[in-house]
Design a protein around this ligand. Sequence first.
Ligand code: GLU
Length: 477
Amino acid sequence: MNVRTRFAPSPTGYMHIGGVRTALYAWLYARKHSGSFILRIEDTDKEREVEGSIGHIMESLRWLGLQWDEGPDIGGFHEPYVQSARLPIYQAYAQKLIASGFAYTDPYTPDELEELRQKAEMEKRPFLFREHRPEQSEEWDGTKPLRFRTPFLKRYSWNDLVRGELSAGEEALDDFILIKSDGYPTYNFAHVVDDIEMQITHVTRGEEFISSTPKFLSLYDAFELPPPAFATLPPILSEEGKKKLSKRDGAKDILDYRAEGYLPEAFVNFLALLGWNPGTEQEYFTSEELIQAFDFDKVNKSGAHFNEEKLLSVNQYWLRQLSSGEFTVQGNFTSPDPERFSKTVPLLKERAHTFGEAREMLTGELACIFTQPVLTEEMLLLKEPGEAAGFTRTTLTNLLPFIKESDGKTIEEIKVAIMSVADENPKEKGGRGAVLWPLRYGLSGQERSPDPFSLIYILGSAGSELRIRAALDILGG
Ligand code: GLU
C-alpha cells in the first residue's frame, strides 16, 4: 500500500504541542513507509480564522523538519490544499449524494430548528435531526443547508490502530449538515471528501473525534468507499494531573520554544516520546531513528503527561552533541572574540539547557569572560590570612609564571599546576582557599564564576596575566 498521511490544521491561531505531535506522528508513519505526508488547511470556518496562521503553521513544521510532500505552497497532484479553494469539489460530492438519495435540503428556518431543539431539551431527550426529517424536500439551490440522509442506522465498529476495537451505536448518527447556507462545507463533510480525494490511507488525530467517527463511516458507506485507517492519539495532560494542558504548562506557541533556544531535534525527540513508547530503554532518538522505531501499536492509549524537566534535559543532551561551531551558529551567537567564545562553549554546554539559558549566562555568571572585571580591594582580600595584603600580593605574583606557561595546556593540566601551589599552602595561612580565591576573583571580578583553571584556559595567558596584574595594581604591588 502506498501510505499517505495528512496533517489538517485549521488556521485558528498558533501551533501548540498537541498539533505538532499529531503532525509528527503522521510524518513519522509516512516516512517509515516511504509514503507521502500531506499538509491540508481546513479553513471552512471563516469566523474562527486568524490571520497569519497558515504561515505560522508552515513555519512551525519547517522548524521541526516535518517537511510535507504536498501542500498549499508546493501544490501536488490533488491541489488545491486549502479547503476554501476546493468548494467546487465539495459541491460535486454533494451532488453525488443528492443523486443517490443521501442528501436533502434542510426545510427549517433557524428559529424553527431552535424550537425543535428546545422542545427536545424540555422533554429531556437528545435532539436528533433525523427524527424531524421531512417526507419530501425542495430541490437544493444552495441557499439553505444541505443535510446528509444518514443511510444505515446501525452500530458501527472499527479498528483503531491505537485503541483497538471501538464501536458506537445509532445515537452517534444523525442527519448532519454537509454544506452550510453560506456555501461552505462542514468539517464533517469536507474532511471526508478530502481524505477520499487525496487518497489518505491513515488518519491521525485526537480522541475528540472518536464520537463522530460513525458519522464519517456512514459517509464512506454512502459513497461506497472504504474508510482510511484511524489512529487516535492520547491527550496531552498537564504535569500535575488529569486536567488538559494549560497555557502555563506548555500549551504555548511552538515557535516560542524556538525563541527560547530549544533545538528542533530535541523538540522532536521529546514530542515523539509524549505518547509513544519505543519499548526499549532508549531515550534519545534522531529523526532517522524515530522513523525506524515508530509505529502506532506503541502509541499509548492513555494521556501523556507534559514534563518540562524532561524537555529541558532532552534539549541539553542535544545541545551537548553540537560542536562549538554548530553551537555558535545554531544559537545565533555573535562575539567580538570568536576564539574566546569557542573556548567558552564547553562551559555553556555543561551548564545550559537551552540557548536562552546560555545567553543569560553570558550576561551573568560568564560575563566576566568578555568584559574586563572591575575589582575591589575588599573582595580581593576576603581570604587574606595576614594583614595589609602582603600574603595575597605574594601569592598572585607567584602564580604568574604558571599563568604565563598555560597556553596550549588543557584545563586539567592548568589545574594540576595551580593546585600544586594551592595545596602547599598551610592551613594556618588559609589553605588552598587563600590561594584560589584571589586568583579566581582577580580573573573574574565575580563572587560566583567558573573555576580559575577554566578561566585561565579561556582567557589565555596574556588575557589572564593582564587581569592578575590589574589585581596586583589594586594591592599596590
Ligand atoms: N481541522 C481539524 C482540526 O484542526 C482536523 C481534524 C482531523 O485531523 O481530521 O482539529
